[in-house]
Design a protein around this ligand. Structure first.
Ligand code: CMX
Length: 135
């Protein structure tokens, strides 16, 4: 089995501080850390929840994919990330199965991960991210 579990869910927000006022201060969840993801023009706040994580996504630039999403749909659920053991092998398998990909090759994600996105049309309206944790 190539997919080993859910890795995180991404929630697009206009402002991390305002979002943390809800998720951390009102709901009482613990903020693990905030980091920049320059490749995606984002700042992300990682909030562990059991074995999974909520990732709050704040764009740092109008060209960020999340800025475009916010302009079109507003704040809310953005993507579902699934953990895979071998991202290269998974992408090869998806290509042979004709799945529409955004990333044909892995790129660098938050926390030293390797990531790749499927097109939302392939996920039936859900943007799917594949994540391989650093070994
Ligand atoms: N969830 C569901 N559908 C989405 C979506 C999302 N997050 N983002 C875009 N779409 C839909 C659009 O609504 C549009 O649908 P329609 O054709 O029905 O209108 C379609 O996908 C294409 O969108 P678009 O506006 O024409 O094209 P964009 O320039 O917005 O690009 C996408 C869309 C998915 C290719 C781009 O956002 C992308 O490359 N995303 C991957 C990178 C990313 O989102 N990174 C953030 C997370 C980073 C992390 O976790 O590290």
């Amino acid at each position: 089995m190539m997919i080993v579990g859910q890795h995180h869910i991404g929630i697009a927000v206009e402002n991390l501080d305002a979002a943390l006022a809800v998720y951390r201060d009102q709901l009482g969840l613990e903020l693990d850390h905030i980091e920049s993801v320059p490749d995606q023009k984002l700042r992300v706040a990682m909030i562990p929840l059991g074995d999974e994580t909520i990732e709050l996504l704040e764009p740092t630039d109008d060209e960020s994919p999340v800025a475009k999403f916010l302009a079109k749909k507003g704040e809310g659920f953005h993507h579902l990330a699934l953990e895979v053991r071998d991202l290269d092998a998974m992408l090869e398998q998806l290509k042979t199965r004709g799945v529409r990909l955004i990333d044909e090759e892995p790129r660098e994600g938050a926390g030293g991960t390797r990531i790749a996105f499927l097109h939302p049309k392939a996920g039936r309206g859900v943007l799917l991210e594949l994540v391989e944790n650093p070994s």
